[in-house]
Ligand binder design. Structure first.
Ligand SMILES: Cc1cc2nc3c(=O)[nH]c(=O)nc-3n(C[C@H](O)[C@H](O)[C@H](O)COP(=O)(O)OP(=O)(O)OC[C@H]3O[C@@H](n4cnc5c(N)ncnc54)[C@H](O)[C@@H]3O)c2cc1C
Length: 467
């Protein structure tokens, strides 16, 4: 630790320790993790840059207020188990959040060192600790309180809530529509960004805590909220996500080889279409792939297409790179891997080739106009500026809606778009025995927010039922 007279002096002028990435040309050919994570030496070097601010803005920048300077201090002191315990007071999924949180717009975005574009690599440090779960203390588990909770959905919100409740003495069963747990963490985010083994470790940890998982169980189809109560559950936490695709609403959208990103990604991530015929589900390996959208989902889809052999993989976005909501690291890595960014275009029509499959897409060139209600400048079509881009696979990644089962589960108020109406601080719904959180309440958001909602709901359920 850099010290003078026993006082810590940060190496604040040192450059940020670079990410430990695989070379772009090699990694873009397969699904290996792009970022190998910091070694111990790299983590300590990076921790030694932290200013240890008296008023740490990074903590306010984190949606769950992780005590960032404290865990960084523990890394400096090489007390990694202590560092992990500090994170776990606020976040149960550091190995996941360290990899996928949009740190640049949260903790790292407000880091004082970011004024010079050199913020502490908080995500990398969090991941460094999260990847060594064996070093942390064994969580304390309250004695069983005799109460049963059903958690619907095993995404980050559901598993966080389940873990907290199990530790608080509840008997918890997670009902999951898919054959495996993790939600978007396994069906949406590709292996090269978030290895399945990391998510499995978290699910296994819950099983060890006594949480039961009922897979292939679509609540709303197999059972309703009322039936769960009749079966003896005292409370329900609903975290079914927002994975229903939004349509582009342009002609030709239903042509073969025009995919929704979630379907395309699920085929590869969950059904291992990249290993067809060893696995049953195929997908189209396009040579010219166009993906419409500018968020993380679009980036994951285009980078997956590249790994499936696309020679030309394009991100077509209606605004400019600056307005893209994707994590900066994703955009940067996608470009390194040869993805082409085509800004200021909107799809007009998908056109079929002789074989009936999509062969091209007509796009409208745009320019930026006045800001819209989101504060971002609105794309305005340039009259007559229409082009045709050849493609043998097209993917739409322009957003999602609420998963449609909340209505069938029944028993609580939904808004007009099908999202559950729930208290932001507690997750409480209009039904005193049902709580809800994550994307099914907020709309498509982030892992850390979904997780935070699960934690808040678990605290409220414990307060209301736990004693
Ligand atoms: C491709 C992709 C990439 C993303 N990348 C990032 C990123 O880099 N960083 C980030 O912070 N966020 C990212 N996000 C967003 C983030 O993953 C979500 O905000 C988060 O997963 C929401 O968590 P959740 O628990 O609310 O829902 P989900 O993760 O969607 O989980 C919901 C679960 O509920 C199950 N389910 C649905 N209906 C039922 C039912 N009726 N019965 C039983 N089970 C049901 C679903 O099968 C699913 O497993 C990404 C999203 C996608 C799609």
């Amino acid at each position: 630790m850099p010290e003078v007279n026993g006082r810590y002096i940060p190496n604040a002028k040192a450059p940020r320790v670079p990410d430990n990435e695989e070379p772009a040309a090699e990694r873009a050919c397969d699904f290996r993790p792009v970022d190998k994570g910091y070694t111990k030496e790299m983590a300590i070097e990076e921790a030694n840059r932290c200013l240890n601010c008296k008023k740490p803005l990074c903590v306010d920048g984190c949606p769950v207020n992780i005590k960032i300077p404290q865990f960084i201090e523990a890394i400096r002191a090489e007390e990694f188990g202590r560092g992990l315990d500090i994170i776990r007071e606020d976040s149960m999924l550091p190995a996941i959040c360290g990899r996928v949180c949009p740190q640049e717009s949260q903790c790292e975005g407000v880091c004082i060192l970011n004024k010079k574009g050199n913020p502490i690599a908080i995500g990398q440090l969090e991941r460094f600790l999260g990847d060594q779960p064996e070093l942390g203390s064994t969580p304390k588990i309250a004695p069983k309180n005799g109460k049963k909770v059903a958690v619907v959905g095993s995404g980050p919100s559901g598993i966080t809530c389940a873990g907290e409740l199990a530790r608080n003495g509840f008997e918890v069963t997670v009902f999951e529509a898919f054959f495996t747990g993790g939600g978007v963490l396994v069906y949406g985010i590709p292996e090269f960004r978030l290895p399945k083994a990391v998510v499995k470790r978290e699910i296994d940890g819950l099983t060890e805590l006594g949480v039961k998982f009922e897979y292939n169980s679509v609540v709303g189809r197999i059972t309703t909220a009322d039936e769960l109560f009749e079966e003896g559950y005292d409370a329900i936490y609903i975290a079914t996500g927002a994975g229903l695709p939004k349509f582009l609403n342009v002609p030709g959208e239903n042509l073969p080889k025009v995919f929704f990103a979630n379907e395309y990604l699920t085929r590869v991530n969950l059904m291992r279409a990249n290993e067809f015929p060893e696995f049953d589900t195929p997908t189209k390996h396009g040579k010219n792939v166009v993906v419409f959208g500018g968020g993380n989902v679009a980036m994951d889809a285009v980078r997956t297409a590249k790994r499936l052999g696309a020679e030309r993989a394009i991100i077509a976005y209606r605004r400019t790179e600056e307005e893209m909501p994707a994590r900066r690291a994703e955009l940067h890595q996608a470009k390194q891997e040869g993805v082409e960014v085509m800004p200021l275009v909107a799809p007009l029509e998908f056109i079929a080739g002789e074989d009936g499959n999509v062969a091209s897409v007509r796009v409208q060139r745009c320019e930026l106009g006045e800001p819209d209600e989101s504060g971002r400048r609105r794309p305005v079509p340039i009259e007559g500026a229409i082009e045709e881009i050849p493609c043998d696979v097209a993917i739409s990644a322009i957003g999602t809606n609420a998963n449609p089962f909340a209505e069938l589960i029944g028993g609580m108020e939904l808004n007009k778009w099908g999202y559950i109406v729930a208290n932001e601080e507690t997750g409480a719904t209009s039904n005193p025995r049902i709580w809800a959180g994550g994307d099914i309440v907020t709309g498509a958001a982030t892992v850390i927010l979904a997780m935070g909602a699960g934690k808040k709901a678990a605290a409220d359920i414990t307060e209301k039922l736990g004693a």
